[in-house]
Design a protein around this ligand. Structure first.
Ligand code: CP3
Length: 345
């Protein structure tokens, strides 16, 4: 019997025409209904830890656009929050937390993490009950490198220099931090899968600031460790790995990490993406600014991706998260255009 979840079929290597679609950050501030629920929920973390509100905002983009996947509403920084790093999201500042040092890393304990994240698993279970059967439910976590960059700087910085510097000065303790984060992230993903997630995505949003040697040690190795751990326990788990900005270093990223599909940002040339697609499914890679611009910038960008990648296993997505300025009507145009694509035309 064929699986009616199209995204799961693509993750298993099938080519589907037109390709299934979801958007990174599809639940978010560009939607008026999100802003309304967000205002009711209290702080951003309150929203993440409220199964009722988190379920509601996850479902909002599914109701509006009928995307082929719903992504659990949460944040990659719930892991440092569960590690008691005093994470806060203040209006206009982006995420902040207490910066960690060597002694702070040595004192980290995994024990209370999964207990703290119980409301997230409750959200996943509710979602699986409420979603249409054909909608793939995606769980996620941040890649250890990306999570560590925020933990060390205590915030996002333009090129995450504090974490790069820390890694050069303290390579041993830094590697220990990444291995620690990899192990709790693997447990976290397994718990999401057990609660009802069909597949999971690992977000390495800051992979692109790493040099070659560091990419191997800090981006590839910890993600490989997570995937090996998850797959040893849940062999049917399907995993998408998204290393933003990694460029040519993606050439053997799938093989080296064991990911089923790889996410591509918009800077990846489509000819190179086609090479990567010979080894398995790819996901991406429309520039989110094309969705803000609309018009010909939007439709040309969509058509180019469909022409170049539509003959192989593709999950249509953006190359990074949709931004608050995007017009919800442009998203309708995007979804209609992808769904209306006919490769024989
Ligand atoms: C680096 C990163 C973070 N969080 C995430 C990443 C990796 C992906 C990426 O690179 O975008 C992942 C994330 N964050 C959020 C989701 C929800 C699911 C979805 O994709 O719809 C997911 C998958 C909600 C969110 N996470 C955040 C918001 C906006 C906060 C709000 O609503 O007030 C949302 C909807 C806050 C957040 N969280 C983070 C930042 C840097 C910010 C501030 C930037 C911003 O405001 O857009 C950390």
């Amino acid at each position: 019997m064929t699986d009616d979840r199209k995204i799961m079929r693509v993750l298993n290597g099938e080519t589907i025409c037109p390709p299934p679609i979801w958007l990174m950050r599809q639940a978010g501030r560009y939607l008026p209904e999100y802003r309304e629920t967000r205002a009711k929920a209290g702080s951003f973390l309150d929203l993440c830890y409220s199964p009722e509100f988190a379920t509601e905002v996850t479902l909002q983009p599914i109701r509006r656009y009928g995307f082929d996947a719903a992504i659990l509403f949460s944040d990659i920084l719930v892991i440092p929050d569960a590690l008691k790093r005093n994470v806060r999201f203040t209006e206009g500042h982006g995420p902040e937390m207490d910066p960690i040092d060597v002694s702070g890393i040595e004192a980290l304990k995994p024990d209370a993490v999964l207990g703290h994240l119980k409301p997230v698993f409750e959200t996943v279970s509710r979602l699986r009950r409420e979603l249409p059967q054909e909608t793939t439910l995606l769980g996620f976590c941040g890649a250890p490198w990306t999570v560590a960059t925020y933990m060390i700087a205590g915030k996002g910085t333009p090129d995450q220099a504090p974490a790069r510097l820390f890694a050069y000065r303290e390579p041993k303790i830094f590697a220990e931090l990444l291995a620690f984060l990899a192990d709790i992230s693997a447990d976290y993903l397994v718990a999401q899968i057990d609660a009802g997630a069909d597949a999971v995505q690992i977000f390495d949003s800051w992979a692109g600031v790493l040099g070659e040697t560091e990419f191997a040690a800090y981006a590839v190795e910890p993600v490989r460790r997570i995937i090996a751990s998850v797959k040893s326990r849940r062999p049917k788990a399907r995993i998408i790995a998204f290393a933003k900005g990694a460029g040519y270093m993606l050439r053997d990223y799938r093989q080296k990490t064991g990911a089923d599909a790889i996410g591509l940002d918009w800077s990846v040339p489509l000819a190179f993406a086609r090479e990567l697609q010979k080894d398995g499914p790819v996901q991406g890679n429309l520039d989110p600014m094309r969705v803000v611009a609309g018009g010909k910038a939007l439709t040309d960008g969509i058509d180019h991706i469909l022409q170049e990648l539509g003959q192989g296993p593709l999950i249509f997505n953006l190359g990074h998260g949709i931004t608050p300025q995007a017009d919800p009507a442009h998203v309708t145009t995007l979804v209609d255009r992808v769904r209306g694509w006919d490769r024989t035309r």
